[in-house]
Structure formats: C-alpha cells, structure tokens
Write a protein that binds this ligand. Structure first.
Ligand SMILES: Cc1cc2nc3c(=O)[nH]c(=O)nc-3n(C[C@H](O)[C@H](O)[C@H](O)COP(=O)(O)OP(=O)(O)OC[C@H]3O[C@@H](n4cnc5c(N)ncnc54)[C@H](O)[C@@H]3O)c2cc1C
Length: 379
C-alpha cells in the first residue's frame, strides 16, 4: 500500500469527513468523561466503549473482510486513532489486541487462529495482554525462563511474567516462552503461545504503579495446559516473530500522543500575547508535526510489508522525549497559577507521575538507541 505524499498537518480531503464523524461521536459518547480519566489516554479502558467503536467499524479498519475488517485506508485508520487519542478516549480494552495481537495472528496463523479470534477483536469484544517481560528478563528478553513443554495433551507452561499490562482484564495473553535450547546466538528455542487467561493454574496478581493504580500485573503459570493449536507461527521462531511484533508496538501515534490532554489544558489557559508561552507551546506543536510525519511513514512501511524496526524505534524514542519534557514545560509556565483540582492541575499531576514510564514500556530508551545505532551501522 502506497502512502500518498502529504503535509504533516493536512491529510487528503476524504479523511476530513471521517474526522468530523469521529469527533461528533466522541463529543456525545464522552460528554461527561472527566479530565481525570481522559489523562489516562490509551491506558484507560471501558469494554462497552470498545464495543461501540467495533460496531462503528473503527477497529481493524484496514484488515481483510474475511476477518471482519473494513479494508479501509491506512490514513483513515490514522485519523480515527488520532481523534481517539486526542480525546483521551478509554480505548485500553482493545488497544493491544488491535495494535499488535490481531496482526500477529493474521500473519502467523491466518487459517487457524485468526478466523476464530480476529472477528471478535474487530467487534471490540476481546482484551489482550503481552507476556514478554519476566522478573530477570526485560531488556534482555532472550533470557526468559518461562517454559512450555509439549505433551500429548498440549503445551504445559510453567514460569512467571511481570509488568503485564491489563492482565487482570484480558481474555488472552500472547506469551513468549522457552520451548527449546537457546543456541549459540541465544535467540533460538523460543515460541509464542496464545493463552486463555481463564486456564486453570494461571494466576494474576496486581502490581501497583507509582500513581498507586493497578494497571500492570504479575502472572504465574503452574502447569498451565495450552491446546496444541495455540502455538502461534513456528515452534522456535519466537524471537523473530516478537521482533516483528515490537515494531507494531513501537510505531503508533500513541507513542507521542499519550499526554495530549496536558497539551490541550495548557492551550486552554495559554495567553496568546505571552512570548514565553508561545515559544514553549510552539515547540511542542512543531514536535507533534514532525513526529506525526515520522509515525505516518512507519505506518506506510508496515503496510508495504517492510521492516520498520529502526524507524519505529526512532518514533518511540523521540516521542517519549517530547512527552517527558511536557510536565516540566507545564510546571514552568503554569506551576504557580494552576488552581488545585482544575483540569490543568489534574493533567499536570497525572502526567508528571506517568511520564517516567514512557521511556520504559515497550523498550527502554537505551535499548531503542542501541537498535538505532545498529540500524545506522554505528555498531
Ligand atoms: C507502564 C509499563 C507497562 C509495561 N507493560 C508490559 C507488558 O504489558 N508486557 C510486558 O511483557 N512488559 C511490560 N512492561 C515491561 C517493560 O517492557 C520493561 O520494563 C522494559 O523492557 C525494561 O525491562 P526491565 O524492567 O527488566 O529493566 P532492565 O532490562 O533491567 O533495565 C534496567 C535499566 O538498564 C538499562 N539497560 C538494560 N540493558 C541495557 C543494555 N544492554 N545497554 C544499555 N542499557 C541497558 C535499561 O535501559 C534500563 O534503564 C511494562 C513496563 C512499564 C513501565
């Protein structure tokens, strides 16, 4: 799929009607949705809202009709994502499933698992979680120890995952597990399994984040039996499959639009005659425009089947930099004047505490920069 040449700020006119439709829907659906929830952005979740989006055809918009998808254009999908993120809509219940799990299933199990699972994702019915990190394996994912052993009845899984976002709400996990020897390159012997979160032996325990909220979890597996056909793709190819999946995870507009609510609240109170405010907010707006162009470029690469690992790492790294600078800008400009409990104060407080995680989740800054350096041939 070719991406048309576009300006970072102006998409083709046929996207405008869709944007207006999404805005109108969101204005009604979220009329009473408070800033305290909007700031959560794609971390906020509401299964009923996800089903509403599914009914409107706004999940899986570009996917093949055989899976329930809309076969619409990449730019139309981008418009919907932008509007959802800008509104701080509670999309968390289906976000991971749409962003990466369904894509993996369609690519790696097109005739077995995808026809069974993906239409339900399109309808907004399923929440997925990602089981990659373990207590001693985050950046060094190749050192995972959760093991699956093939028996006559299926795969028997034992081990532990941590930091698993939304595991307590998820219907399925896509887990990276060890199924064989790592080999000299350390990247062998790993596979991906589709695991039903209601399987006996699987336990989810909350881990509170520094906001005091329950978003991620510890998940333990004690002889969890997974059906044989829930192996995704090829046994032992887990590493290359996960590398492809991480590109989906790192490239979307949520990597620079998580803190949009804070930007909106700053713009709401901004004094147009104040040069200091104009410069600081203008810098963020300019960064948004650049990141949007980069993020659209990565979407185009994904759609053309190219490997966007380097470009996706750049978008995520630069997006996190902009987002993490935003609370400082807000405190600098409005720290002394924001009324306690006001929308701006609420957005500042939340984003200040949430932002440090932006350069950890989905791969740390140091790891991303290692990928970038390697991709540029610098090491
Ligand atoms: C909000 C949030 C949500 C998350 N959700 C999920 C989820 O749903 N599923 C999931 O599987 N994981 C999830 N994670 C985990 C996340 O992927 C890991 O935290 C991350 O990969 C880092 O791993 P670690 O915590 O083990 O830190 P470590 O890997 O121990 O890293 C610690 C520090 O050392 C640095 N470091 C490590 N190795 C190198 C190196 N080779 N060179 C230079 N520096 C290095 C890192 O950059 C980091 O600063 C989530 C994390 C957060 C914060």
């Amino acid at each position: 799929m070719e991406l048309p040449s576009i300006s970072p700020c102006v998409l083709p006119p046929d996207c405008d009607a869709l944007r207006a439709e999404v805005r109108e829907f969101l204005a009604q659906a979220l009329a009473d949705y408070p800033v305290a929830k909007r700031v959560r952005n794609w971390s906020g979740s509401d299964p009923a809202f996800s089903r509403q989006l599914g009914a409107r055809g706004w999940i899986g918009m570009t996917w093949p009709k055989r899976y329930g998808g809309g076969e619409r254009s990449l730019l139309e999908r981008y418009v919907v994502l932008e509007e959802l993120l800008a509104a701080g809509a509670p999309v968390g219940a289906h976000w991971v499933a749409e962003r990466q799990s369904a894509l993996l299933l369609m690519r790696m199990s097109p005739d077995l698992l995808a026809p069974e699972i993906v239409p339900r994702i399109v309808r907004g019915e399923l929440c997925f979680c990602i089981g990659m990190s373990e207590p001693d394996s985050g950046s060094d994912l190749a050192s995972i120890r959760t093991r699956a052993v093939r028996t006559d009845a299926g795969w028997v899984v034992n081990g532990r995952k941590v930091w698993t976002s939304r595991a307590h709400q998820a219907h399925y996990m896509i887990a990276l597990v060890r199924t064989g020897d790592a080999g000299a390159q350390r990247h062998g012997g790993m596979s991906q399994l589709l695991i039903d979160m209601n399987t006996p032996g699987l336990t989810v325990r909350p881990i509170r984040n520094q906001l005091g909220e329950h978003d991620f979890n510890e998940v333990t597996f004690d002889d969890v039996l997974v059906p044989p056909h829930h192996l995704i793709g090829v046994e032992g190819d887990g590493w290359s499959q996960v590398s492809g999946e991480l590109a989906f995870e790192r490239s979307g507009p949520e990597r620079y639009l998580s803190s949009t609510q804070l930007m909106m609240e700053m713009l709401e109170v901004a004094d147009p005659g104040d040069a200091r405010q104009a410069v600081a907010l203008g810098r963020i707006a300019a960064s948004y425009a650049t990141l949007r162009q980069m993020s659209l470029g990565v979407s185009g690469m994904l759609a053309r089947g190219e490997n966007p690992a380097l470009a996706a790492a750049l978008v995520k790294d630069q997006g996190a930099l902009v987002e993490q600078a935003m609370p400082d800008v807000a405190h600098d400009l409005y720290g002394g004047s924001a009324q306690p409990g006001s929308p701006l104060d609420t957005a500042m407080r939340y984003t200040t505490l949430a932002a440090p995680s932006f350069s950890l989740r989905g791969g740390t800054r140091e790891i991303l920069r290692g990928i970038i350096a390697k991709g540029l041939g610098l090491r």
